[in-house]
Ligand binder design. Structure first.
Ligand code: DX5
Ligand code: ZN
Length: 215
């Protein structure tokens, strides 16, 4: 059992009509909850927004890990922070010339800041920002949908982030197609946070599924 792996169940795979019950299903086994925000522009799907995060904040004490897959994230940082996020991760590709400003704005809200890259963006492009954030999220699928196949070729990027990081507390998170096998590949490369949607929510035994991610 490795307790230093942060498992963050993605509620994108939950039943939105029974969201509270689905949050309660994972609550005994995890400390984090991953909330996927999609705008239909940066990714070809629309999911949830600020009011839902606000309601989730009232429903749970879990650490709210908000993953913004939206254009112009700097514009929405305050709203998602005030809604109760404990961490906001934005996409480097969507932040254009505002990358530093976006990180600063997240931190001004007194919460943790994360930066994410899509499968075809190289770690070199975010080299200058790695030491400004608390978390780097390596996408292991094209963002937009749950239930996709893990892209093996993305795992190498984890080691490159580690190489560039001067922060021994940096959280290196992976998201997309994570299960007990692909999660192991990522933790071997140095990831210490695993997002999992379908693997956790479609499992018959959530407790065991989470435990297997820690092995
Ligand atoms: C995809 C989202 C993921 C997604 C993961 O764009 O960022 O968080 O919910 O789902 P699984 O684990 O099913 O691939
Ligand atoms: Zn996500």
């Amino acid at each position: 059992m490795t307790d230093d792996i942060i498992v963050s169940p993605s509620i994108l795979s939950a039943d939105f009509a029974n969201l509270k019950q689905d949050i309660e299903k994972v609550e005994p086994y995890v400390k984090w909850l991953h909330i996927d925000v999609m705008d239909g522009h940066f990714v070809p799907n629309i999911s949830i927004g600020v009011p839902v995060v606000k309601s989730i904040r009232k429903a749970t004490k879990l650490f709210l890990d908000t993953h913004l897959m939206i254009e112009n994230p700097v514009k929405y940082v305050d709203a998602f922070a005030q809604a109760g996020s404990d961490l906001i991760t934005f996409h480097f590709e969507a932040s254009k010339n505002d990358t530093v400003k976006t990180i600063e704005k997240i931190k001004e809200n007194g919460i943790k800041a994360g930066i994410s890259i899509k499968p075809h963006t190289s770690v070199d492009e975010i080299k200058d920002y790695i030491n400004l954030v608390d978390l780097v999220l390596i996408m292991t699928v094209e963002p937009g949908f749950g239930g996709q196949k893990f892209m093996n070729e993305c795992a190498d990027k984890i080691a490159i982030v580690k190489k560039y990081s001067k922060n021994e507390n940096l959280i290196i998170q992976v998201d997309g197609g994570i299960n007990n096998e692909t999660g192991k590949i990522c933790t071997c490369f140095g990831a210490n946070s695993l997002v999992a949607g379908n693997y956790i929510y479609k499992s018959n035994d959530i407790k065991e599924a989470v435990q297997l991610l820690h092995l």
